[in-house]
Design a protein around this ligand. Sequence first.
Ligand SMILES: [Zn+2]
Length: 386
Amino acid sequence: MTADDFWTGSRSAAFGGTTTVVPFAAQHRGMSITEVVADAMERAATEMTVDYGMHLIVTDWEDPAPGEFAAVAATGLAAVKIYLTYDRLKVPGSRAIELMQAARAAGVPVMVHAEDDAIVGWGRDERVAAGRLGADSHAYSHSRGAEWSGVAQAIALAEAAGASLYLAHISTPQAVDLVLAARRRGVDVVAETCPHYLLLDESAYDSPIETAAPFMCSPPLRGPAERAGLMAQLAAGDIAVVSSDHSPYTMDQKLPGGPATAFTESANGLPGVELRLPLLYTAAVADGPLSMGDFVRLVATNPAKICGLYPRKGSLQVGSDADLVIWDETAWTVRGADMHDNVGYTPYEGMELQGKAAIVVAGGELIVDEAGRAIRPGRGEFVARH
Ligand SMILES: [Zn+2]
């Protein structure tokens, strides 16, 4: 139901200077994970314009998924993702441990959407009962505490299973502190954050929902203290990856009831893959403490290593793919109309950024330059985890 398919999403990535993407094949309850992955791989083969890995979202760890998992993972999945919240997505605790054990046996990391279901559900129900249906209630229910509790749970589950844990889209420095404490006692866990948590502010939710909806994501945007804390952790090397969490929905999907849409009905997620590099560069390098080397490590080297794509990806050396970006440090202004996704808006409209990909080479082929574009569906290849 996302606004982008693999063609428009990978096209947007390519124009932004991202030469490998790792999207999700999502299981809905009752579906065979073998069929889910086969279907996504078939669509990816004809649509992707850049190389790609594949994650699998598991929402139903009942038969036959456990029996199918080893063979599915052996096709080269980068990671398997589970949710701790959302009624239609969450995998309950004991099942999550079993899944993590299977992932450990298959040599695949487990990515977790770590928000505490009880805290999120309580906050949602309280606000709905009070008739407070605005965007601020989304942030109220998906609270900072919901993330801290979810991260603590995910770490405990992974520790019990001996699994390798990847915490997706972390929005608070306190959650990263939990990761660091777990690492000190030997847990195999890393944290990811996203540009929107470094640049956008939760005050966006104080507006009517038709103005606030473009900023609604899970976890939600936070405040200046969180942004400063995350930036310090990026500089210290405490956060492994900055990813897009590209989660594209049109305004029609975000506002199915127009101005009367309740926060519970709005699709959560932001487009982000095309602006991932310029946003991070602006916030963390041009205006922040990171070096160009730190930047490359966060957006390319570490994700390639974690997804099992290194050194074919994430490295410049003989034998690696010639995926190259020539970076132009000039300042420029974001216009949604210039984006190459299928979303129709950008939450960064009018923002002045510094730096963008001027020339993009993928597999030795010039795919984006000032004059011409050789982007086409189906040119990307699957890269299996190894
Ligand atoms: Zn998530």
